[in-house]
Design a protein around this ligand. Structure first.
Ligand code: ZN
Length: 76
């Protein structure tokens, strides 16, 4: 499975283009969430759930693709 090392989480709200830099997460993206008339939203595991509910134009029921290997869990 290919790993998109440059892909960064855009969650949980799904910022667009230059505005995407304003998202508050910089973890590697692991999932891709399909949206209506928009590029897929890349999210990390933590923001997958919130993004499905909070990001705009998310398909329902959700269409999610795994795009990278999930990182090791962080110690809490
Ligand atoms: Zn995230």
């Amino acid at each position: 499975m290919s790993v998109h090392r440059s892909a960064v989480c855009r969650g949980p709200y799904g910022g667009e283009g230059p505005q995407a830099g304003g998202t508050d997460c910089s973890d590697p993206a692991v999932f891709e969430v399909a949206r209506h008339n928009r590029p897929p939203l890349l999210v990390c595991p933590v923001h997958l759930g919130p993004a499905l509910l909070l990001a705009s134009k998310v398909l329902w029921p959700p269409v999610i693709h795994l795009i990278a290997r999930a990182p090791d869990p962080r110690p809490l």
